[in-house]
Write a protein that binds this ligand. Structure first.
Ligand code: F6R
Length: 255
């Protein structure tokens, strides 16, 4: 487990700054990196920080390619609850990335299986992901890989669990409006990334994070597979790390 680095930060703002620093280090060291990106509340602060640095001229995204983890099924890209919309609003429109080099799975097509295959071959054609940014669901999901009986390798369609529908309903007018399906990169796509940075904030994530990092590796907690990854960095606040064993199994940074 010495492969797992944990940054324990005091609050969301410092988590965001730390995650942004790690991503900017990647972009500076390899300007044509392939970044795997996430949506949700966890990465927004990091995206805003990176955008501020980009606008000052300190980070350059002009050669970067991005591939996002997931998208809801059935939402048009211009729907304000879609992940296409989220990424444009919170990141792409504030940085100098070439929009043609930004990719999300297509959840709006009627040919969903083709869209899954297309996404897998896109990632392969790009040569894989250099740095994958992740959040974690309260139920231990990564991307939309929900708890189940096996790890699914490639991009696939998933039925969202009640807990995910509930957690994500905050971004919709009402819970009934949350799509019941999503298209997501698989565990194999995520695991093959050279580096993984996972952001976790708030009490609600403490149990999932602890089970993911200290419990058995099991598809019932999809994030637990990350224990086996060669280069994993966790950036979490004190609340998400509450009750976490600060033992020698992890290289732990405390600030
Ligand atoms: C989003 C994604 C999800 C979220 C997770 C946490 O693209 O893949 O796995 O990272 O649901 O969501 P937040 O950050 O909103 O708590």
């Amino acid at each position: 487990m010495k492969n797992i680095r944990i940054y324990k930060e005091k609050d969301y703002e410092s988590v965001s700054r730390r995650a942004a620093t790690l991503i900017s280090a990647q972009v500076i060291s390899k300007p044509d990196s392939i970044l795997g990106l996430a949506t949700g509340s966890s990465p927004i602060g990091a995206y805003h920080q990176l955008a501020a640095w980009c606008q000052k001229g300190d980070v350059d995204f002009s050669l970067i390619t991005s591939v996002n983890l997931d998208e809801y099924v059935g939402l048009a890209p211009d729907n304000s609850a879609s992940y296409h919309y989220f990424m444009k609003k919170n990141f792409y429109s504030n940085i100098n990335i070439n929009m043609q080099n930004t990719h999300l799975p297509d959840g709006y097509t009627s040919e969903l299986q083709d869209a899954c295959k297309h996404y897998d071959s896109l990632i392969q054609k790009l040569g894989g992901i250099d740095l994958q940014l992740l959040g974690i669901g309260n139920n231990g999901h990564i991307g939309f890989n929900e708890p189940g009986d096996n790890f699914i390798l490639g991009t696939h369609i998933v039925n969202l669990t009640e807990s995910t529908i509930k957690a994500n309903s905050r971004l919709f007018d009402k819970e009934e409006d949350v799509p019941r399906q999503a298209i997501t990169m698989g565990i194999g796509n995520i695991f093959q990334a050279e580096k993984i940075v996972l952001i976790a904030c708030g009490h609600g994530k403490a149990d999932a994070l602890c089970r993911a990092l200290t419990g058995p590796v099991t598809p019932e907690v999809p994030a637990s597979i990350l224990q086996l990854h060669k280069n994993l960095t966790i950036v979490a606040d004190e609340e998400a790390l509450y009750g976490f064993p600060e033992d020698s199994r992890f290289s732990l940074w405390i600030y």
